[in-house]
Write a protein that binds this ligand. Sequence first.
Ligand code: SF4
Length: 155
Amino acid sequence: MKPKILISACLVGENVKYDGGNNALHVKILEQWKEEGVLVPLCPEVLGGLSVPRLPCEVLARTHTVINRRGEDVSVAFAKGACESLHIAKEAGVCMAILKARSPSCGKDVIYDGTFTHTHVNDSGITCKLLQENGIMVFSEEELVLAEAFWKQKG
Ligand code: SF4
């Protein structure tokens, strides 16, 4: 099976963000990958059963519980979304992922600390971690040059 690239759906223009918008990236390499049919877009939070729009969520730094801005525990939905994402990735033959930076699901290496005060912490989102633990190389959308180099190596 031809290898595939999992990508946060909001990065390819799908309106799945908590506020109903997207984070569409208009860059040549994504257009090329889209034309080649190698992109597998998904949104872990929607897969976990959360609605669009929804309240913004953050991972509590100490406990890794995920809460929304009202303080409600949404960890189960985030865990479900991560498992569904991994399942889809495996089925599709994904070898790498390009995920939205700083999201509590998709963020890689840097996310918000659960205080809803725009404070960063060195950690990754729930789905990002699960994909990495299962051998899928993850890049943020701010690392597209590295992602492209990795993809060329694979090809
Ligand atoms: Fe985008 Fe990931 Fe947030 Fe979904 S969970 S809106 S794909 S960053």
